[in-house]
Design a protein around this ligand. Sequence first.
Ligand SMILES: Cc1ncc(C[n+]2csc(CCOP(=O)(O)OP(=O)(O)O)c2C)c(N)n1
Ligand SMILES: [Mg+2]
Length: 307
Amino acid sequence: MTRIREFELCGARQLATGKLSGTLHLSSGQEAVAAGVCHLLAGTDHVTSTHRGHGHCLAKGAAPDRMMAELFGAGNGYCKGRSGSMHIADPATGLLGANGIVGGGIPMAVGAALSAQVRGTTQVSVTFFGEGATGEGSLHESLNLAALWRLPVVFVCENNGYAELSPVADVLAADSVAKLAAPFGIPARTVDGNDVVEVVGAAREAVERARAGHGPSLLEYVTYRHDGHYVGDAQSYRTKEERAAWAERDPLLRAAERLRALGFDDETLDAVRADATAEMNAAAEWAAAQVPAPASSLTTDVYGGLS
Ligand SMILES: Cc1ncc(C[n+]2csc(CCOP(=O)(O)OP(=O)(O)O)c2C)c(N)n1
Ligand SMILES: [Mg+2]
């Protein structure tokens, strides 16, 4: 969780100092979901992610230096510098891709689960999506097929309360995302997404169920993004008071409280953060020194005949 937080803080620093172009979608405040769910997955399991995907990539095992290189548009990035932050993929670690299309990763995870079932492996697929994806047909189509074919897939909704500027109550008729699974007979739970122990507990049940061949589950993790939709978002759609209340429920602070109760001291916890900061600064330094992908490589690997 700390590595995710520090990766994104470091990325935001690169943006602020003009070393990166474009913007970033930060997941600060949501780290417990990525870390807690991926903690239970094997390297051969598959994950699909979203436009807010740095946490999922890191938690699934992607290397921060090659991720950072991707942000820098460098040829040594995970996608040879042509995906940027929103489409990082690393099939070697089972990461089938972050995705700029809301709801785009969901059917891909169902496809990977079907592939595992057909090949007779025990691989599990996890698809992370925001509550904004409940407005996409791809979610409902995917729930249907996953239930019909009892596929080993876990639907993980990060309900952070907003889709861009829209509060969830303005765009979703149901009063919870978990309820959307009921017509398909898929077991679903709404869980505190800011307590990593709760996250792991719920995910363990769902992952074990999928791995044992008992079919899909849906987990709705209630969480909050501390930052705007993107870096630079003025956030006029929510109050300072609301943000402050959620800051107190920060998943890293809550994990630290649990660790202190287990006997870890502040010095140890500070060292974890310092190590992560140093790791991410080194990743950014390495990435900045890589050769940018040349414009002439733009169509390489896109379609067979174009390179
Ligand atoms: C199909 C599609 N429609 C609209 C958009 C524009 N868009 C990008 S992010 C976003 C909101 C997504 O909200 P949510 O799924 O809750 O994820 P969050 O940003 O909260 O993590 C929208 C509408 C898009 N990228 N893809
Ligand atoms: Mg959202």
